[in-house]
Design a protein around this ligand. Structure first.
Ligand code: PTJ
Length: 250
């Protein structure tokens, strides 16, 4: 990574920016990914660049969903591959989830590069290149999924998704976990579990909760899922943005 001193007050934000830039240079991240990153940074700044208690609750609920799932899948796009490749592989291991590359701006070249990048970070299998399944209600390129991947999943984690596809996936009856720093985005609103947190903090946090819950019985996992209130979590994030302060729990 870049030579950014850790003492810099915005260290994490600068590191993130550098990773996205490097992702574009490697042909992993799309140029639109740079714009998405800028939007994300603005929201992260307003949220205080921290994990809110409501986001932590969402991360725990997401871990419980993944552990309860018959077939969990982590969807990876160009931004996620650049920012948290190793962390995605680690989360997949902690929850026995598949990893599938699924792009908004899909090209064969980017699909291959992202799959290689994930394998370089320890992924044993990367789905998404077969593309023999379709998500109804979307134009051709964005609808492509693997029939035995997202097509067959009962729980899908979709970080930084665009609103249309988040809604279309939700309509398939799959449990959808969305990671998005904008609590007002359509993706966050379409999610069963909206995680309003930076993907850089959220993916390791879900893995940590999954390891915590690894020995929990079904009842404990089901109550972790039931206790989580998506509307309340979104409202808490909005309050944190509007009112600032140290606590989003009022
Ligand atoms: O790699 P591709 O082709 O699949 O394209 C991916 C992007 C991200 C370019 C595409 O999905 C897109 O255009 O997304 P949007 O519509 O810009 O939405 C991105 C959302 O993610 C916005 O609401 C941002 O606030 C949010 N976001 C950006 N960076 C982060 C983030 N959320 C969490 N962590 C981040 N680091």
């Amino acid at each position: 990574d870049a030579d950014i001193p850790e003492s810099h007050p915005r260290y994490e934000s600068l590191l993130t920016r550098h990773r996205i830039e490097a992702g574009v240079e490697k042909g992993i991240t799309s140029r639109q990914g740079l714009i998405a990153q800028g939007r994300g940074e603005a929201f992260d700044y307003l949220l205080g660049e921290r994990t809110l208690p409501s986001a932590d609750a969402a991360e725990r609920a997401a871990a419980a969903h993944l552990l309860l799932a018959d077939h969990p899948v982590l969807s990876v796009n160009g931004n996620v591959a650049a920012l948290v490749p190793g962390e995605v592989v680690d989360l997949a291991e902690a929850t026995a989830a598949d990893i599938e590359v699924n792009l908004f701006n899909r090209t064969d070249e980017r699909m291959e590069r992202i799959a290689d990048h994930l394998r370089d970070h320890g992924a044993s299998e990367v789905k998404g290149l077969t593309a023999d399944g379709r998500i109804p209600g979307l134009d051709h390129e964005r609808a492509k999924v693997d029939a035995d991947g997202i097509g067959d999943a009962d729980v899908v984690v979709v970080p930084l998704e665009d609103g249309d596809r988040a809604e279309a996936l939700g309509e398939l009856g799959k449990v959808e976990v969305v990671i998005d720093l904008n609590p007002m985005s359509r993706s966050a609103r379409a999610a069963d579990v909206p995680i309003v947190d930076n993907v850089i903090r959220a993916v390791p946090a879900i893995a940590e909760h999954a390891r915590d819950l690894a020995d929990a019985d079904r009842e404990t996992l089901e109550s972790a899922v039931a206790e989580f209130d998506a509307d309340e979590a979104l409202a808490a994030a909005e309050r944190a943005i509007r009112e600032g302060g140290d606590d989003d729990e009022t």
